[in-house]
Design a protein around this ligand. Structure first.
Ligand SMILES: [Zn+2]
Length: 126
């Protein structure tokens, strides 16, 4: 059924019968049962590509910005919370996402209990 194998060098799918990889030209002979190590290297590539995601950290950064703003404008805390949840669930960025969730709730609470107005009154000297 499975007439393909993976190149021992670049990991691309190539026909089972090929002696040389059509992508990188590496000889495929002399490797009798490389299936397991190839699979694990493919998984490693996937993990690496996830952590190299260029959007990685964008939601966290924006989320922190919204969390800080929510001290003054409590509604922004909801945006911070949404961004934190998106980052935690979608980008599989759990540790940083959960920290942001906790802080956005905390900052939202401070915003609701008048931290912003108190701070602004202090700045204005009233
Ligand atoms: Zn190759």
């Amino acid at each position: 059924m499975d007439n393909t194998k993976f190149c021992i060098k670049c990991g691309k799918k190539i026909p089972e019968s090929s002696e040389f990889c059509p992508y990188c030209g590496t000889s495929q002979v002399g490797n009798e049962s490389p299936k397991q190590s190839q699979n694990s290297s493919t998984q490693l590539d996937q993990i690496t590509s996830v952590s190299n995601n260029p959007h990685h950290g964008m939601f966290i950064g924006l989320g922190w910005l919204c969390a800080v703003i929510s001290l003054f404008i409590p509604l922004t805390g909801i945006a911070a919370l949404v961004l934190a949840i998106i980052d935690t669930v979608k980008n599989n960025h759990k540790a940083a996402g959960i920290v942001l969730i906790v802080f956005s709730i905390l900052f939202f609470y401070f915003g609701m209990t008048g931290f912003g107005t108190g701070f602004m009154n202090g700045v204005n000297g009233r």
